[in-house]
Design a protein around this ligand. Structure first.
Ligand code: HEC
Length: 157
């Protein structure tokens, strides 16, 4: 196994910073509609990046360790952008699928974003030493689980 220097610590630091900025930003946030556009954009970017990973894991696309590392790294970073997109009051917007439970359980919601960050960071770290797609499956599955765990509780059908 190749040794890697990518540490998970900077990502954790980024998460913490993101939460602080999120709190500060919420105080003078633009409209709730802008927040909804922002977070839906972040989720679209997450979907865009997990697609090729899932295709590789299923053998529908050729395994490419460098691409897997890049996309997992993007997902890890995007995960730190989620919470900021949910300022207080932004559930009262017609176009949102966000459930009010988010604002009753902000700690748990942030933890679920953190779980996605951790799962994606794990894949980014492991990707360069994977020989083929067979080991990719469980790691991509963990990322998918982190998406689902949050959707199950906090996103309307
Ligand atoms: C921490 C909670 C959380 C995590 C983690 C999460 N989501 Fe979501 N997701 C939501 C919520 C809440 C919405 C609804 C947002 C809205 O409509 O305002 C949503 C909406 C979406 C949407 C629809 C966006 C749109 O245009 O309306 C997509 C696609 C999506 N998520 C994909 C993903 C993927 C892929 C992952 C994992 C890589 C993921 N999500 C992880 C909570 C989460």
């Amino acid at each position: 196994m190749k040794t890697r220097t990518l540490s998970l610590l900077p990502l954790a630091a980024v998460t913490a910073a993101g939460l602080l900025i999120g709190g500060a930003y919420a105080a003078y946030a633009a409209s709730a509609e802008d927040a909804v556009d922002y977070r839906q954009g972040v989720f679209q970017a997450l979907k865009w990046n997990i697609g090729p990973l899932a295709a590789m894991a299923k053998g529908e696309a050729e395994f490419d360790a460098a691409e897997a590392e890049m996309r997992a790294g993007r997902i890890a970073l995007l995960a730190t952008w989620i919470v900021e997109g949910f300022p207080e009051g932004s559930d009262m917007v017609a176009e949102t699928d966000a459930l009010p439970e988010i604002w009753e359980n902000t700690g748990d919601f942030a933890d679920k974003a953190g779980d996605l960050n951790a799962a994606a960071a794990q894949l980014a770290e492991a990707a360069p030493s994977l020989d083929d797609a067979s080991e990719l499956g469980p790691l991509v599955g963990q990322i998918g689980q982190a998406c689902k765990a949050c959707h199950d509780e906090y996103r309307a059908e």
